[in-house]
Write a protein that binds this ligand. Structure first.
Ligand SMILES: Nc1ncnc2c1ncn2[C@@H]1O[C@H](COP(=O)(O)OP(=O)(O)OP(=O)(O)O)[C@@H](O)[C@H]1O
Ligand SMILES: [Mg+2]
Length: 372
C-alpha cells in the first residue's frame, strides 16, 4: 500500500505538514478566497498554534466570466440567535440511564466494536472516493446525514475531506456545518479549476469547517441558476484529486444532478424517513438502483432516519422492507439536537446519533474501497 500512503502524504505535505494529525482541520469557519486569505504563518511557528488559513498560490478567479462573488452570511445571524443554545440530543433522564447501564455492563466488547468501526472509517484510499447522499423526498435528512458523515470522516481520517453541496435549492449544508459565510459556489469552482492547481490553491476557494475539513456550497446563498449535470461532473472529477473522501449532499431524486451523482459516485447513501410512505417510496429507489448496469446496490447504504419523537412505524418492519441483499440499513434515531436545526455540534449529539454516524461512515468506507 506504499502508493496509497504516498498519495496521502503528498497531500498533507502540500498543506504544509505531513504530520499524522489533521493540520488543516482546526480553523474557524468562514468564507475564504484568494483575496481574503491571510498570509501564511512563519515555518517555525509554535507547534501548538492554530494553522493559518491556506493561501492560494495565485488568483485563478480571472477565469470567471462574471464578477468575483462576494462573501455572504450562510444564514441570517439573527435567526441563529433566535435558535437559542444547542440542546443535548438525549434528554437528561436518558443520559443518566445510559450512564448507569455503562457502569453496570462490561464495556470490553463495546470498545472492541468501536475500534473495529474506527479502523474501517480510516481505511486508506488509492484515489479520492465520492459518497453521494440522496433521497426520494425533500426534507428527510440528506443534509443532516451529509454533515454527520463529513464530520465523522474528518474526525477519523488523516486525508482532506470535502463536503460538497449539490443542491442549489438553498440547501442547509453550510448551516448544518456551522459555516458563517459562503462565497464561491460549485459553478464558480468549475470555471476556476485547472489541472495545475495545488491543494492550497483549491482550498482558498472553499469554506474551512470549524471541526475540520472543507465545504463547497452549491449556491451564493440566494436563489440562482440550478446546478447542472455538467458542472457537477466537472467539479467532482476535478476535486477527487485533492480529497480522500468527498461527501455529496445531493438534491432529491429524480432530479438530474441527483441521478448523475447516484450513477457516478463510488458509494450511494439513500436516506429514508421513518414513515410508511417514505419507506415505501425509498424501496422503489432501491429497485431502480438494482436495475442499473453496474451493480449499484452493492455500493448502496440506506439510512432510516427518525425525524419525529412521535414516529410510530415499527423500525424492524421498516428496516426489513428496505433490506435488500447486500444493502445495510443504518438507523439514525430521533435526536433533539438534530431536530433543533442550525449548526450541528458534535458534542451535543445523542449517543445513538453518534454511533449511527460512525456505523454509516464505516459501511460507506467499506464499500468505497471495494470499487475501482
Ligand atoms: N435524526 C433526526 N432527529 C431529529 N430531527 C432530525 C433528524 N434528522 C433530520 N431532522 C430534522 O429534519 C430537518 C430536515 O433535515 P435536512 O435539512 O437534513 O433534510 P434534507 O433532506 O436535506 O432537506 P432538503 O430536501 O430540503 O434539502 C432538520 O432540520 C431537522 O430538524
Ligand atoms: Mg438538504
Amino acid at each position: 500500500m506504499a502508493g496509497e500512503s504516498d498519495w496521502q502524504h503528498a497531500l498533507l505535505r502540500d498543506l504544509g505538514t505531513d504530520a499524522p494529525s489533521r493540520p488543516v482541520l482546526e480553523q474557524s469557519a468562514g468564507a475564504t478566497g484568494p483575496e481574503s486569505a491571510a498570509p501564511a504563518p512563519p515555518p517555525d511557528h509554535e507547534p501548538a498554534a492554530p494553522a493559518a488559513p491556506p493561501v492560494p498560490r495565485q488568483s485563478h478567479s480571472a477565469n470567471l466570466p462574471g464578477p468575483v462573488p462576494q462573501s455572504v452570511p450562510a444564514i441570517d445571524p439573527r435567526l441563529l440567535i433566535a435558535l437559542g443554545g444547542p440542546q443535548h440530543g438525549d434528554s437528561l433522564t436518558r443520559r443518566a440511564g445510559a450512564g448507569l447501564r455503562r457502569l453496570a455492563s462490561s464495556s470490553g466488547q463495546e470498545v472492541a466494536e468501536q475500534t473495529r468501526l474506527a479502523r474501517e472509517v480510516q481505511q486508506p484510499v488509492t484515489t479520492g472516493r465520492v459518497i453521494a447522499v440522496t433521497s426520494i423526498r425533500g426534507g428527510v435528512g440528506k443534509s443532516t446525514v451529509s454533515a454527520l458523515l463529513g464530520r465523522t470522516f474528518n474526525h477519523y481520517r488523516h486525508d482532506p475531506v470535502l463536503a460538497l453541496e449539490a443542491d442549489a435549492a438553498l440547501g442547509s449544508l453550510p448551516t448544518r456545518l456551522g459555516a458563517e459565510a459562503v462565497r464561491w459556489s460549485c459553478a464558480d469552482i468549475a470555471q476556476i479549476l485547472t489541472p495545475a492547481m495545488q491543494l492550497t490553491d483549491v482550498t482558498g476557494y472553499l469554506v474551512p469547517v470549524a471541526d475540520g475539513g472543507w465545504l463547497l456550497p452549491a449556491s451564493h446563498g440566494r436563489v440562482g441558476a440550478p446546478l447542472d449535470m455538467r458542472t457537477y461532473r466537472t467539479v467532482t472529477l476535478a476535486l477527487r484529486r485533492y480529497f480522500g473522501v468527498t461527501v455529496v449532499d445531493c438534491e432529491s431524486l429524480p432530479g438530474e444532478v441527483a441521478r448523475t451523482a447516484m450513477d457516478t459516485a463510488h458509494v450511494r447513501i439513500v436516506v429514508a424517513p421513518m414513515t410508511a410512505e417514505g419507506v415505501h417510496a425509498t424501496r422503489q429507489v432501491l429497485d431502480w438502483l438494482a436495475q442499473l448496469p453496474h451493480a449499484a446496490l452493492e455500493t448502496t447504504v440506506v439510512v432510516l432516519n427518525t425525524q419525529s419523537a412521535d414516529a410510530s412505524l415499527d423500525p424492524e418492519v421498516a428496516a426489513g422492507h428496505l433490506r435488500l441483499p447486500g444493502v445495510p440499513v443504518v438507523q439514525l434515531p430521533y435526536d433533539r439536537h438534530l431536530a433543533q436545526g442550525g449548526p450541528i455540534h458534535t458534542d451535543r449529539l445523542s449517543r445513538g446519533a453518534r454511533e449511527a454516524a460512525v456505523q454509516l461512515a464505516a459501511e460507506a468506507m467499506r464499500r468505497a474501497v471495494s470499487v475501482r
